[in-house]
Structure formats: structure tokens, C-alpha cells
Ligand binder design. Structure first.
Ligand code: 5GP
Length: 190
């Protein structure tokens, strides 16, 4: 998606050869017009797939997921993050290792909102090593729901998440694929 790539080049900050900061338009300040176009692009790529729900993670997945939900006309569920969780009644839960915080937390979705009839599009802001995607796939599996595919705003293709999801047979659609962040420079795969 050209507009997104231009935005990454103009407003993204390479923090290291592993981490890209996009606080100017996705992770802190949000660019609504860009989010609208991201939602449009996801909806175009997953049109006609019988998607009934979108599932994402708080907080940075919510903006792109809501815009995609608006376009596809389906509800959006965000998995909530807890440092510790004792009351697990009526919740699907899974642990996730955070790439940016380097800590573990528990993700939870209420069983009220997701069930075996759902066909889910999973959306997240970044795909790095695939921990977040794996935890969401686990939660969706607990509900007995099926997965139409995974929509990612920014994929860092040099980390292992994409290859693992491909191997597992999931359809992954990434709107910007980063080949390398070496030397403080962003280079795209296609
Ligand atoms: P994964 O679970 O695939 O290793 O990492 C994906 C999650 O970590 C995303 O939900 C995102 O919040 C965060 N993340 C991973 N890499 C980056 C990055 O380079 N920059 C930012 N801002 N977040 C990242």
C-alpha cells in the first residue's frame, strides 16, 4: 500500500535494526484518513470470505481493525491485556510475550462475543515474531471459530512470524512488508 509506505518513510523512526517507531500515525497519534484507507484495503483483500468478526489486540490494533470492521460491516473484538488474571469464568485466555515490552501478559476475550459459528479476520498493527498472532489464534480456537486470514499493517519480514504463519497455512495480508531496518534505513520487500 503506497500511501502507508510513504508515511513510514516520512514519519517512521528506526529505533534499532529490529524496531520501527510509528507513534506519529499508528501507535500514539493516529492518522484517521490513513486508517480509513487501511480499513478499505483490508476489506478489499478479504471481501467475499464470509467474515463475521474481526479480532485484534488492545491498544494499537484497534484503529485499523475498527476501520476494517466498518468497511466489512462486522463487529470488532479486541483481546484485553492483563498483567495477572484470577477470575477466568466465561473468558478465553492465552499468554503472550510482548515484543516491545519484553514481558508476558494474559490476553482475554469474553466467550459472550465469539463462538463456533464465527469466521474471523485477525488484524494487528505489527507482525514481528508472531507471538501476538499465535495467542489470538489460540483464543479463536478456544471459541471453536474458524480463521479467514490475518491482516497486518506493518510486517517485518526479516523476523520469523510471517514465515511461521505461512507454514501453518494461514493467509497473511500485510500492507507494508519491511525487508530490513539495518543502518537506520527502512527497505521494503515489494
Ligand atoms: P510479535 O508478537 O509478532 O512478535 O510482535 C507484534 C506485536 O509487537 C505487535 O502487536 C506490536 O504491538 C509490537 N511490535 C512488534 N514489532 C514492533 C515494532 O517494530 N514497532 C512497534 N511500534 N511495535 C512492534
Amino acid at each position: 500500500m503506497e500511501l502507508l509506505k510513504r508515511k513510514i518513510m516520512s514519519d517512521g523512526v528506526v529505533l534499532s535494526d529490529q524496531v520501527l517507531k510509528v507513534d506519529a500515525f499508528l501507535n500514539h497519534q493516529i492518522d484517521p484518513l490513513l486508517m480509513q484507507q487501511i480499513g478499505h484495503e483490508f476489506a478489499k483483500r478479504f471481501a467475499g470470505q464470509g467474515i463475521s468478526k474481526i479480532v485484534t489486540i488492545e491498544a494499537s490494533g484497534i484503529a485499523p481493525a475498527v476501520m476494517a470492521g466498518l468497511e466489512l460491516g462486522v463487529p470488532v473484538i479486541f483481546a484485553r491485556k492483563y498483567q495477572s488474571l484470577t477470575l477466568k469464568d466465561d473468558l478465553y485466555t492465552s499468554t503472550v510475550f510482548s515484543f516491545t515490552k519484553q514481558t508476558e501478559s494474559t490476553l482475554a476475550i469474553s466467550s459472550k462475543h465469539l463462538n463456533a459459528q464465527d469466521h474471523v479476520l485477525l488484524i494487528d498493527d505489527f507482525l514481528a515474531n508472531g507471538h501476538a498472532a499465535r495467542a489470538l489464534i489460540d483464543l479463536i480456537g478456544q471459541a471453536g471459530a474458524s480463521i479467514a486470514g490475518i491482516g497486518v499493517v506493518i510486517e517485518k519480514s526479516f523476523q520469523r512470524g510471517r514465515a511461521e504463519l505461512d507454514e501453518q497455512g494461514y493467509r497473511v495480508e500485510s500492507l507494508a512488508r519491511i525487508q530490513s531496518l539495518s543502518g537506520g534505513q527502512v527497505s521494503f520487500l515489494d
